[in-house]
Write a protein that binds this ligand. Structure first.
Ligand SMILES: Nc1ncnc2c1ncn2[C@@H]1O[C@H](COP(=O)(O)OP(=O)(O)O)[C@@H](O)[C@H]1O
Ligand SMILES: [Mg+2]
Length: 389
């Protein structure tokens, strides 16, 4: 082996390659310029490749590209040596460089072929773009589905809330109605016996006052059970056909003088009479309750607007105020009997429950539109009777 390298690199009096070309300047310089240009180009290409690879570390099969760089560089070196051997007969060194180039070339070629199927299988930028577009589309679809789901969930929660609320009102109504009904029967017994005692002890001054107080108490209790029966939709109604406008005017005449100075009551009535089948007393009572509530909500004064109108759903009776309004928690419970936000002695919590029970018993609906600081509008819709002739 050593002998082989000594022979290869030893001084052997060989002629430089220019000699073969008879030192013809045309031949010599054509070779020199061409080899020099090829050499420079072959040296610059690996530099570009190396720069690219250091910048793009994600390139697939980077190692084989590094092999390309090495192989091109080796080729460049052989071209520079071709220039050198024109004048210097160092064919041994040239041979060794060629051998190294051969080794790198063969290794690169051998590595390249098995890679081909895998390289072909790599997704092209166009394919990647398509996959990306597809993915974006699916994300958009999923986002839309999620939004729809969220909307539906909110919708369902609202419906469940409404259902729970109405079930609660139903349950409270049954309990209240049951108690009020039996309690009323007991009150009738108490009242009848008080009457009898009163008759039997007529003339006894000591018993007159306590008996009168007891009778007043019983009457108050009877009024209270009446309100509870109203909420429970179990009060006896004296239903007849009335003009809603006329009932509203009656209440206005009654209520307007009793309102404090800063509170204005306005009437905005439907042009034609609004026939409804209701209990007149209960209707007026309900409207009065709403006006009293509106007054209570406006300690600093304001306007109470009573409106009537005909609509597709029926005859509308609306009371709107410019008062404090209700927050969500109050609004949700306002119709419950005994629910009040007023101080002890100020409110019984039975006003809106009377309105609710009476309207429902009459086959109508009632809704609250209110927000803190925005005032309150209570809207009652009653089934409209045949038009008055
Ligand atoms: N017009 C209104 N503006 C603001 N809050 C109201 C109005 N009407 C009713 N409310 C609220 O609903 C609650 C229940 O009303 P109601 O049943 O009439 O009982 P009360 O008036 O005795 O408190 C009130 O305590 C109040 O918080
Ligand atoms: Mg009230």
């Amino acid at each position: 082996m050593l002998g082989y390298f000594q022979r290869l690199l030893g001084e052997r009096g060989l002629a430089p390659h220019g000699f073969c070309l008879l030192w013809d300047p045309a031949l010599i310089w054509t070779h020199v310029v061409s080899d020099a240009l090829i050499g420079v180009a072959y040296y610059s290409i690996p530099v570009a490749i190396a720069y690219f690879l250091t910048r793009r570390r994600d390139v697939a099969f980077g190692w084989v590209v590094w092999m390309f760089a090495a192989f091109i560089m080796a080729c460049g070196t052989t071209h520079f040596l071709s220039i050198w051997t024109l004048w210097h007969p160092d064919y041994g060194i040239e041979g060794l460089v060629k051998a190294a180039t051969a080794a790198v070339s063969v290794a690169t070629a051998a590595a390249l072929w098995p890679l081909l199927p895998r390289a072909i299988a790599l997704p092209s930028p166009a394919q990647l773009q398509r996959v990306n577009d597809d993915l974006s589309l699916r994300i958009a679809e999923r986002d839309a589905a999620l939004a729809a789901l969220r909307r539906e969930t909110a919708e369902r929660e609202r419906a469940e809330d409404l259902l729970r609320q109405s079930q609660k009102m139903e349950a409270v109504g049954q309990l209240t109605g049951g108690i009020a009904h039996d309690f009323n029967n007991l009150l009738t017994i108490v009242m009848a016996n008080l009457d009898r005692v009163q008759r039997l002890t007529e003339g006894d001054a000591r018993l007159a006052r306590p008996l009168a107080s007891a009778a007043t108490g019983v009457e108050r209790a009877a009024a209270l059970t009446g309100q509870l029966l109203a909420f429970a939709r179990r009060q006896p109604l004296e239903t007849a056909e009335h003009d809603l406008n006329r009932l509203a005017r009656n209440v206005e005449r009654l209520a307007a003088p009793a309102l404090p100075a800063g509170v204005r009551l306005t009437l905005d009535l439907a042009a034609a009479p609004l026939p409804v089948r209701v209990d007149a007393n209960q209707t007026e009572n309900a409207l009065l309750n709403l006006i009293v509530n509106a007054r209570d909500a406006m300690p600093g004064g304001g306007t109470i607007a009573v409106r009537t109108a005909a609509s597709d759903q029926g005859a509308v009776l609306e009371v709107a105020d410019t008062g404090a309004g209700m927050d969500e928690a109050t609004r949700a419970r306002a119709f419950e009997p005994f629910f009040t936000t007023k101080e002890v002695g100020q409110g019984t919590g039975l006003g809106l429950s009377q309105v609710y029970g009476f309207v429902r018993q009459s086959g109508g609906t009632v809704a609250i539109d209110s927000a803190p600081g925005q005032g309150t509008t209570i809207r009652i819709v009653l089934p409209q009777a045949a038009p008055l002739l």
